[in-house]
Design a protein around this ligand. Sequence first.
Ligand SMILES: [Zn+2]
Ligand SMILES: [Zn+2]
Length: 363
Amino acid sequence: MTAQREWFEKDYYAVLGVAQNAPAKDITKAYRKLARQYHPDANPNNAAAEERFKEISAAYDVLGDEERRREYDEVRRLGPGAFGGPGNGAFRFDMGDMAGAGGLGDLLGQMFGGGGRRSGAGVGPQRGSDLEAALTIDFVDAAKGLTTSLHINAEAVCSTCKGSGARPGTTPKRCARCAGRGVTEMNQGGFAFSVPCSQCAGRGVVIDHPCGTCRGTGVELRDREINVRVPAGVADGSRIRIKGRGAPGRNGGPPGDLFVICRVAPHPVFVRDEMNLLVRVPVSFTAAALGADVAVPTLEGDTVMLRLRAGTQPGSRHRVKGRGITNGKSTGDLIVTVDVVVPTTLTDQQREALLAFAKEEAS
Ligand SMILES: [Zn+2]
Ligand SMILES: [Zn+2]
């Protein structure tokens, strides 16, 4: 333990002036150089040099040995409490204090496991868990919003017993042991604890004739159709919360919520950037040079005219205001990137005209 504490406090890498990831041969080289420099023979009657020499030696004792260096690195990484053999990289917690002081460990065991037959059977009403489902939406639908139905297979209130857990025609009866409270008092080491009632597993009721469908849990796995209203302008990855449509609660608790994760499919023409829509439009090189009005497609399916100045550059971006995504609160723009198209074939006349142009350009 002493060695570990010392290791933790001393930076041997700094002592030798090497990086923590330095290869072994660099460490040896650094050690030899320093050892020569501070060796007592070279520094007679120099206490400081002697002290330094000892430090250097101690550092090399550890860093010069592959195995010990690994242990040292581990101790430095985890702290001095992490004493263990080589390869033991984890903290070891000493449970002795807790376990010895009168069975707290034992008590914890009873609180968390021993009291209930069913895991998750707690005390009193419990809210149902939240569920998550993915919904893939068409790009245009996501922009405009839609109402659709989502198919999920998840926990639902049992359709046979309506959640009571009792076979139809029978009713759960109040637990006699806990008088319906779901908990019983327990005394240990002078402390009183409430623990889930072992008779009813914390439910407060006992079911003599369990429902055959849900085996008394009141919950069954069922296919469900859920209507989802997707607001206009929904973005890929956004979550829609549908309150109360998650898993049913236990012991009369409220149901959880359903979170619908929207996956917006890509569009062949448009790309979304926050509230803006991006589109690339091909423009002939003459139109770019001379200027022109070009038709730009919109998400609504129509076109808008975009005026390009003479000398429009390839890759330049042009904004059509208010034709992006709208969600009722804000509206983005349509951002048009110009792709200048160079012809791959020329007619004789075009070729002549371009040659004349080139001649003019050169002079
Ligand atoms: Zn049932
Ligand atoms: Zn009970």
